[in-house]
Design a protein around this ligand. Structure first.
Ligand code: PRT
Ligand code: ZN
Length: 283
């Protein structure tokens, strides 16, 4: 049985549950449970604090887990990184009071920096040949400069509004992070096979997220031009409409590509353009 550890509640839990459900795993996710069986797959979910997951996976209490890359790098657990999952994206940044003049990384030499990620900060300082004081605090890092605890902070930033409202400005990006799937290094053969099956499903869900199914109507004399713009998985499907001289063209394309091409599609006479989300995609 594959034991999958996910965050009990927090910024990773919704994305983790959503991904596993899109992989067609059926389970109950009531908030007061620590463990729940998956009803249609040989697996069990463990709901834990994100900081505990690397150790649990290293020790084999869980076989796999979903955590932020920042937590993985901070804990330096001996686990395998299996896949980047594309959600809970954020960056770990150094920030200083907004009225201070920033002079480059040298600014931090000899300063006191508050953070919940001392190991990531140590690595960053060592890479730049800097020595600085590290104040390890577990929460509300952003208030440290205003209460005189530190002159700078290193913390997670997403929109930047927390820094702004605490009178700080972001001056260095230390790393970019997103949710990742980690696995125990000594998994048995059966659990490895279960992981491969889940991984196959995850990959088809992640691929589908980047692509859209596009349907449009086009005059027959423009089919060739439009088909060249919509390569599709193999090649687009072209079906005649009830109205003679017109066809419906179906294809698959990345959302970004679609916005790049929309004006040209319209100028070629495409009408009734529909963009439909894809749930899973196997290439
Ligand atoms: O209880 P538990 O220990 O499980 O959870 P936690 O409180 O330690 O973590 P949680 O749920 O806050 O975050 C889990 C993971 O989500 C982090 O390890 C990151 O990988 C990722 N993540 C993504 C974030 C954010 N975005 C984020 N914005 N983690 C924290 N924040 C916080 C940040 O600490 C700061 O206080 O949000 C604030 C900044 O947000 P902005 O939008 O104002 O910039
Ligand atoms: Zn945590």
């Amino acid at each position: 049985m594959l034991k999958i550890a996910i965050q009990k509640s927090g910024r990773l839990s919704e994305g983790s549950i959503d991904l596993l459900k899109k992989c067609s795993l059926k389970f109950r996710n009531s908030h007061n449970q620590l463990m729940t069986p998956v009803q249609n797959f040989d697996a069990q979910l463990l709901f834990l604090r994100d900081d505990d997951i690397p150790q649990y996976v290293q020790d084999g209490v869980a076989d796999v887990g979903i955590i932020g890359e920042n937590v993985f790098l901070e804990h330096q657990a001996d686990v395998e990184v299996v896949k980047k999952l594309g959600f809970s994206k954020c960056r770990v940044c150094l920030a200083i009071p907004k009225n201070e003049q920033y002079t480059g990384v040298e600014y931090f030499r000899g300063k006191n920096i508050a953070t919940s990620y001392p190991n990531i900060l140590k690595t960053f300082l060592a890479t730049h040949g800097l020595e600085a004081g590290i104040h390890n605090i577990s929460g509300s890092v952003e208030i440290a400069p205003s209460i005189g605890l530190a002159e700078a902070i290193m913390d997670i930033v997403s929109t930047g509004s927390t820094l702004l409202s605490n009178g700080l400005k972001e001056v260095e990006t230390v790393l970019r992070s997103e949710a990742i799937l980690i696995a125990n290094k000594g998994m048995g053969k059966e659990d490895k096979a279960l992981l491969q099956e889940i991984l196959f499903r995850i990959e088809s869900v992640l691929k589908a997220r980047d692509f859209k199914y596009v349907l449009l109507n086009a005059p027959n004399d423009k089919i060739q031009d439009i088909v060249e713009m919509l390569p599709g998985m193999k090649s687009p499907t072209v079906l005649p409409l009830a109205e003679s001289g017109w066809s419906s063209i179906h294809s698959v394309m990345s959302e970004g590509k679609f916005w790049e091409n929309i004006d040209r599609l319209k100028s070629l006479g495409a009408q009734g353009i529909l963009i439909v989300p894809i749930e899973k995609m196997v290439l």
